[in-house]
Each structure stands twice: as structure tokens, then as C-alpha cells.
Ligand binder design. Sequence first.
Ligand SMILES: [Cu+2]
Length: 572
Amino acid sequence: MGHRRHAVASSAWPFLAFAVLLALPGLAAAATHRYTFNVQMTKVTRLCKTKSIPTVNGQFPGPKLVVREGDRLIVKVHNHINYNVSFHWHGIRQVQKGWADGPSYITQCPIQGGQSYTYDFTVTGQRGTLWWHAHFSWLRVHLYGPLVILPKRGEGYPFPRPYKELPPIMFGEWWTSDTEAVISQALQTGGGPNVSNAYTFNGLPGPTYNCSLKDTYKLKVEPGRTYMLRLINSALNDELFFGITNHSLTVVEADANYVKPFTVKTLVISPGQTMNVLLNTAPNPVSSAYTMAIAPYTNTQGTFDNTTAAAVLEYAPSTTTNNLPLPSLPRYNDTGAVTNFSRNFRSLASPQYPARVPQAVDRHVLFTVGLGTDPCPSNQTCQGPNGTKFAASINNNSFFRPSTALLEAHYARRYAGVLLANFPTTPPHPFNYTGTPPNNTFVMHGTRVVPLKFNASVELVLQGTSIQGAESHPLHLHGYNFFVVGQGFGNFDPVNDPAKYNLVDPVERNTISVPTAGWVALRFFADNPGVWLMHCHFDVHLSWGLSMAWLVNDGPLPNQKMLPPPSDLPKC
Ligand SMILES: [Cu+2]
């Protein structure tokens, strides 16, 4: 806490010094915000069990970072734990500055115990809600926090100004077991890992679980007001439905991009995604409190945490919060409800917030995404499908984690022994992706990238497969936003589907769920040089290899080239 207070104070000084300038329209000086992250072990008790978890400065969830568009963030990380760690600023574009992006072995070697690294970056052209999380193994289950980007001073929202902004809500998972032991054991046996014991609102499971009533998240509101609520799904392995009894939600922003407002009873949010919603409170509430609830959406054939977590929307201090009615959320496998929800997203596409959608395409890329298997080693018995080991892949390539950072290899132009530039851009063995799976479901392993010319316009179709069961996969692209120009069920049809694309006002995001047994089409300009990870944001699938990297080459101009690495970049 001491570090944080110091950090806040030091960032306030330049603000005070420039207060006069800031008061003049059009002269908004950017501020620098300094934070210190001490990664340490902290004892936390949930569901009547105490465990020691990695935290930032002893806080769980971690500290909220608040900046304005255009501001600079300097986060000094000291790793005091026995695990390697690195931090990802999820959704921040990190233009020319991949060194600050954070995924271990992609843009940096992890920060080892006893070591430090400073993330230094500027937030440009983005405003809304993002978040930060650890990007090493499954450590993000505990190491996460909000990253709020307010509009530039003097610049409002493109919707009526809310009465107040409520504290961000991070949905998460609580595991009573040691998650690092869970994933290392699962990778050893080849079976599906265990699942979480509870879902959480800002780290609190709430009254639907045993021994958890005192750990209930409460949000205080007044009647007849419009509030802005920032929602973040930081769960490890679960897409979630969210709703509030007797209340509607108006979505106004997704992944730090404004959207045309739409109103729903229930929303769906995938791991990695963020959403700002407006909440109109009841003018004359019948009850002094209402329940907010989250529950999973999944079509997995494996086990999953099929529980519902609740929190309280409190109009007045109330004595009993454990017997309030839950909002009615869709059934866990209600893909129709998910489709109806995701169809609503549209960019503002206004003069102030234009949608710069690529209209022509330089590179067409088709990726299959889904599960697969690895053969069981001869000296072992395995717990995956038919005695094999679970794996996951993109175009049948399961990502093989390198022992050094890809971005360093690229910057030094020393690729040999680190990466290959031959990642397949079409499925190597086409099949009926959403029909009966092929007999051979074994995957290939490799550290491969897709090289791109600077500023190439890319169309990327992500095609889900039904291998080991069709399910949705929330795909996250580092260093970029993309436009979601189309989606559908079954196999993508390259002849007829493009005619139905929305190239006018498609939503712009950094994480999109590939529909269960379906596809999604994305477009983006490769205008940010560097090496950028793209991966499923279910950590179990990420661990099984559902990731790849784009290698975007420098452009000819100075501001189109990667900047040199910082001097304290960690070594492997
Ligand atoms: Cu996945």
C-alpha cells in the first residue's frame, strides 16, 4: 500500500504543475503515472480454506490503474516469489514497444525471483476499460487488476454522462487447490485439469457457496440514477453470463472501443474481454437489494465449474442478502442466447470515432482452432482421450514454447534455432471441420510465426473444429485491435460468406469468441511492427498449445520501426 500511495502522489505533481495548461481546451498535457508492483506471497482465505497466493503489493485483486488517453505508464515490477512472472497490459496496443507487452518467451524472458523489470508505455488512441494480468503459466488466476483509461481531459463520452462511475467488477475463479500443481499434473498425465471451486466478483465468491456469506461483494447505488459499470472477465477457463435481477444493462463500450448502445437483460463475456455498461437504477425500488449473478457458458465435453456466484446491488443497507432471488440466466450450453447477444455489437463509426476497416485484403489467412491429441509416451499411461494426451492447436500446429524470447530473436535477426517463419496460413489437411472429426487427431509441434509486411491488410478467418468436442474459443490478439466483419455456424464458405460481411460498422475488439462449431472473420492492418502472440484465452487451451505469433516487419519510416529494447529487459 505504501508504494501505491507514493506512486499516486508522484503522479499528482506533474498534474498540479500543468493544471493551468490543462484548463485550456486543446492543451491537455499528458501525465506520467508511476506504479510499483511488489509481487509477493499473501495468505488469503476463501470458502473456509486459507492458501498463500501471489499478489501485487498484498492486494487481491491487484491495484486499479487509472490513466487518461495519451498518458504514460511506468510500472516497476519486483518479483519476490519463487515463480517466474511477467505482466501483460491486456488490450494496450504498445505501438513500436512490444518490449512492454509482457507474454513470457514471446516479447520478454520472464522476470525471475529476485529480479525486476520496468514496463514503460504510453496509451494512445484508446479509451475505456482494459486490464492487466500475469502472463506466465496459470499465475493470472490470482495476479490481475483493472486498467481504466479515461478520455482525454475535456473530452466527454459519446453517451449521456452517467451520474457516477461504479468501481470496476472483475469476474474471476477461486480454486481451493494450488493451480500451478493442477496444470503441471494435467500436462503430465495428459488428462483434463481440475476445475475451479467458485466464481468471484472482485475476488469474492459470495452467498451461494458454503462458508462464503461474509465474502460477498456489494455495490451501493441510489434510486433513479444512471451509473457506468466496468466489467472484466479475468476467469481462467470460463465464459460467463452476467445479469442483475429486475435490471437491464446498456452496453456502450467493448475492449476499450465505444459501441452503438444496446440494451440487454443478460450479457456474455469471455475471458480477456471487457465491457462498459450503463445501469439505470429503479426510481422506486421494491427491494432494498438485488442480486447480480454470473454463471458459465460452455459446450465442453469435459467437466466444468457449474456453479453460480452472486453479489449484491444495494439501494439501502439491508440485513439479509443471502435469500435474494437470483436473476434468471440462460442454461449453461445456451449457444443461441450467446449468438443473440454477440450480434448486437457495432462500432460507433462516427466522424470522431471512425471505424478504419480494411476494405481490400492483401493476406487471406484461414486458421482452424480447436483441440487435438498427442500420443502417450511408451513408458506411461495417459488420461486423455482413448489413453492419449490432450493437446490444442491452430492449423494443427501446437505452439512449442521457446526457451528465449521471440521478439529478441527478431530484433537481432537471429532466428535459427528459435523460430520458423512457416506457420501454415491455411489448414494443412482440409476436412469437414465441424462434422465428424478425422481418425487421426494428433497435432504437430513447432515455434512458427506468420511473417507480415508492414501495413498489410489481413483477413483472418478463425474456424472452430469439433475434434474432441466443439466448443467456443476466446481468441486474443496482442498488439492490435481487429474488426469482427462476419461470423457464422458450420464451415466458413469463402465464396458466399464474404458477401455478408459488415465492412461499415463492425465492432473493434482485441478478444473474440470463435462460436461453437462455427467461424468468425476478422480484419486488421498490420501497422504495429513486432512479434505478437495470438492465443486462446482459456488458460487450459493455451497450456495445450492453442497459440501462435505474427511477425510484423518494420516499415520504411522511423515511426514504423520497433524501438530498441530497454536496458533492464530480463534474461532467460
Ligand atoms: Cu480455447
